[in-house]
Design a protein around this ligand. Structure first.
Ligand code: HGY
Ligand code: MN
Ligand code: MN
Ligand code: MN
Length: 408
């Protein structure tokens, strides 16, 4: 039984239509109407492939094929279905689609698993609406307090729980997942970098995922008239922020070992062309495969920001997310490699510079990730693209692995 490449391509194509920015990539924010359209499509396919469908109190979607062993833990296959603003059609979605394909192959093969198979579609991995990221998986595993979730708002002040209700989700549903109900988590993802394509290798078996932290920095200055305020009398929040952000590239390079620092979000208040900015809020994303470098970089960034506390300028830094580097499960990596070999597909071992839900689950169950090449190494942009034949390769690997892990 082999993956149906055409069916996979169709899922990717149809899901890409559920975007708030047609013609400018995929923008699918959590609990938006685009989320609802994608959610309904995913749930319909899960039903079509014989799964029992449910959603938890965060809106994560589960499709379950019961096993013959009563109350046995599930082999879970999936990824996230939200996106970055103006992102691509494959980040996260490819992993959900491969999960759907694995379910379809189980149905077509009439295979009765001993351990249940679950397909999962997770919310808010990117953090595009609520900040931080990995919300659906962290929430499932109890890493978000109920209080913090009940008060969570987006940048327009809309409560997450209200946004959930607006698309018909029940916020009172069970939120916590007992790790004892999880046997393994398998995630296919696009590489989002150039390595596989440059080396013409269709499959990467992920060894480890970088550690990462997301900071939110607020710099408070004093508003004033752009024309009448002498330069010597200013506490310009944006100038202070710009001096800090401009120092990040050198700080990352000096830290070395592939450490990266990015400011992707910056909000200026009151944002008037003739007003001296009195407040700036910006993001700082810091990553490295070595936890020491992440911690060093956080400390140096915080010192740099604190050094701006001078006449009229006040700074504050909040850590929205911190996850240490994570190794993928050795046994699953071995099964991926053996399966890929048996299928005659070339592969290499690879590390992930991107964060993934598998980083969260790996503290609770055995996790494995498989990468497929990204065209020109591009991701988080409308040009993001992967070859459907590589998706089919990935589906075959995850199907065979899921067969092995669900057998008694
Ligand atoms: O930021 C990341 O690495 C992932 O795309 N959320
Ligand atoms: Mn189309
Ligand atoms: Mn992403
Ligand atoms: Mn992703």
């Amino acid at each position: 039984m082999f993956a149906n490449q055409q069916r996979i391509e169709q899922h990717i194509e149809l899901l890409s239509h559920f975007t708030a920015t047609p013609g400018a990539g995929v923008t699918r924010l959590t609990y938006s109407k685009e989320d609802l359209s994608a959610r309904n499509y995913i749930k319909d396919r899960m039903l079509e492939y014989g799964l029992t469908v449910s959603e938890d109190g965060f809106g994560n979607i589960f499709g379950k094929l019961e096993g013959t062993i009563p109350d046995a833990p599930s082999v879970i296959v999936g990824s996230h279905f939200d996106s970055v603003p103006n992102g691509g059609a494959y980040d996260g979605t490819a992993g959900v689609v491969i999960g759907l394909e694995v379910a379809a192959l189980f149905q077509e093969s009439h295979y009765k698993p001993a351990y249940p198979l679950e397909i999962i579609a997770l919310v808010e991995e990117e953090g595009s609406r609520y900040g931080g990221g990995l919300m659906g998986s962290r929430g499932m595993m109890g890493l978000l307090t109920n209080e913090s979730f009940q008060t969570l708002t987006d940048k327009d002040g809309i409560l997450a729980v209200d946004a959930m209700r607006q698309i018909g989700l029940d916020t009172e549903k069970e939120k916590l997942r007992d790790p004892k109900t999880m046997k393994a988590f398998l995630e296919l993802h696009i590489e989002q970098g150039p390595i596989l394509e440059e080396n013409a290798i269709p499959i990467g078996v992920v060894e480890a995922i970088v550690g990462l932290t997301q900071l939110e920095v607020t710099i408070q200055g004093r508003a004033g008239h752009a024309g009448t305020t002498p330069m010597s009398h200013r506490s310009d929040a944006l100038v202070a922020a710009a001096e800090v952000i401009a120092a990040f590239p050198k700080l990352a390079i000096d830290e070395g070992d592939g450490t990266v620092i990015t400011t992707g979000q910056l909000h200026v208040f009151p944002n008037g062309a003739n007003v001296i900015p009195d407040k700036v809020v910006f993001s700082v994303d810091i990553r490295s495969g070595n936890e020491k470098h992440v911690q060093n970089a956080v400390r140096k960034v915080e010192q740099l920001i604190a050094s701006k506390n001078e006449a009229g300028i006040h700074t504050s830094t909040e850590q929205l997310l911190y996850i240490s580097p994570k190794e993928m499960d050795e046994n699953i990596r071995a099964i991926f490699k053996e399966t890929t070999d048996n299928l005659g597909i070339p592969y290499c071992s690879i590390n992930s510079g991107a964060g993934h839900d598998a980083m969260v689950f790996s503290d609770f169950t055995a996790c494995g990730m498989v990468f497929i090449p990204s065209k020109d190494g591009l991701s988080h942009c409308p040009e993001e693209w992967s070859d459907a034949s590589h998706l089919a390769d990935g589906a075959n690997i995850l199907f065979q692995t899921a067969l092995r892990l669900t057998e008694g």
